[in-house]
Design a protein. Structure first.
Length: 378
């Protein structure tokens, strides 16, 4: 029997391979069962998508009266794309062979779509041509009304929801708000990785979605829980990993879910029965080497000032006062205005993560592997 690597880095497998998040799952379940929509905000690669699937898993295990659908709109650039991705998500979760899928396909054919299936993945691909903006809005309304008409409650999770702010159509937020307010049987989870934009959508009193949801901010997994999770899965695989090695992994990855899972997955894949600190350090060095060509490309895309500022943040790991004279002088950044300009540019490029803390705004390199590579190389 083939051995399963328990450290999942992409998607969701089962609750056995999912670490913690009981409180978050409980909050989502409480919200859904009490007709409360949720805004879920999390930095990229912290496990937001996995949490949604874990929640769906738990919800369906406890209550069969829910239809659960997840749609990622990160690739969308317009309302047309939004509708297309929503239709494809519904077909993917409930294919034609199911009763729900057959009813949905019958509805969809009324919009005269071109439906095909990817030759490799087999996933549905939907294309709809619109003659007027009103036809587009009618199609969106039709899809949402269909979900609302089911004899089971629907949970619709929309990931990277902040993308709607970039759509060329000017009325998307107001349109969605109008339709969503009229739905009685659909609960929404609006997910996003850009905190500033998500708060602009849901916290600005002048915008349509103001005060429509309850907030849930995803934080890092508790260190001790992650420690126990790692040790337990090595033991289940009839292996051992000493405490020093686990502590190094959690320190080196800053307990950031994706990077912790990646290191553990690669350590587990080595096949060693007794894992120590030396083994873990070799794996970490290998991961940095594998990504070096990508990191070097970043340098070509940045100005010298931006690159040097990125190195400075990496060296400090976390900076709350980028205009402090000690920080500016130590790394030759120049004036406070220059520091602000450089940080803004790198945040916009998703190379720096900005987080609000009680001590002020905290900056760190978004990609933990890039952070460790910069520390090592410079």
């Amino acid at each position: 029997m083939k051995e399963i690597n328990p450290f999942i880095t992409v998607g969701y497998a089962s609750k056995e391979y999912f670490c913690d998040r009981e409180n978050e799952v409980s909050t989502l379940e409480k919200n859904v069962k009490n007709s409360i929509n949720t805004t879920l905000i999390s930095p990229r690669r912290l496990g937001k998508t996995g949490l949604i699937y874990r929640f769906f898993d738990a919800l369906n295990a406890d209550d069969a009266d829910f239809i659960t659908i997840y749609v990622d709109i990160f690739s969308s650039r317009s309302l047309d794309d939004f509708i297309k991705l929503l239709a494809e998500a519904i077909m993917r979760f409930y294919p034609e062979k199911t009763s729900f899928g057959r009813k949905f396909l019958k509805l969809l054919k009324g919009f005269r779509p071109l439906i095909s299936y990817d030759s490799i993945t087999g996933e549905p691909q939907v294309s709809i041509t619109y003659q007027t903006p009103q036809q587009k809005e009618h199609t969106l309304r039709g899809l949402l009304d269909f979900l609302d008409s089911q004899n089971r409650s629907v949970v619709l999770a929309i990931d990277e929801f902040q993308q709607i702010m970039d759509y060329p159509e000017q009325n998307v937020e107001a349109l969605l708000r109008t339709y969503i307010q009229q739905l009685k049987n659909v609960r929404f989870i609006f997910c996003g990785s850009k905190t500033t934009l998500m708060l602009e959508i849901f916290s600005n009193s002048k915008r349509p979605f103001f005060s429509m949801t309850q907030y849930l901010s995803l934080k890092k997994i508790d260190r001790q829980r992650y420690f126990d999770f790692i040790v337990s899965h090595f033991e289940t695989g009839r292996r051992t990993i000493n405490a020093e090695a686990v502590d190094f992994i959690l320190d080196w990855t800053m307990t950031h879910t994706y990077y912790t899972q990646t290191v553990c997955s690669n350590v587990f894949a080595c096949g060693m029965r007794h894992v120590d600190l030396q083994c873990v350090k070799k794996v970490c060095a290998m991961l940095l080497q594998q990504n070096e060509d990508i990191f070097l490309q970043y340098r070509q895309l940045l100005t010298a000032g931006q690159w040097n500022f990125l190195i400075a943040i990496a060296k400090e790991e976390r900076v709350t006062q980028i205009t402090a004279q000690a920080f500016l002088s130590k790394y030759g950044i120049g004036t406070p205005a220059n520091a602000k300009r450089l940080s803004k540019a790198l945040i916009n490029k998703d190379l720096l993560l900005s987080e609000a803390t009680r001590d002020g705004v905290s900056l760190q390199v978004y990609d933990v592997f890039l952070l460790r590579w910069l520390q090592k190389a410079y």
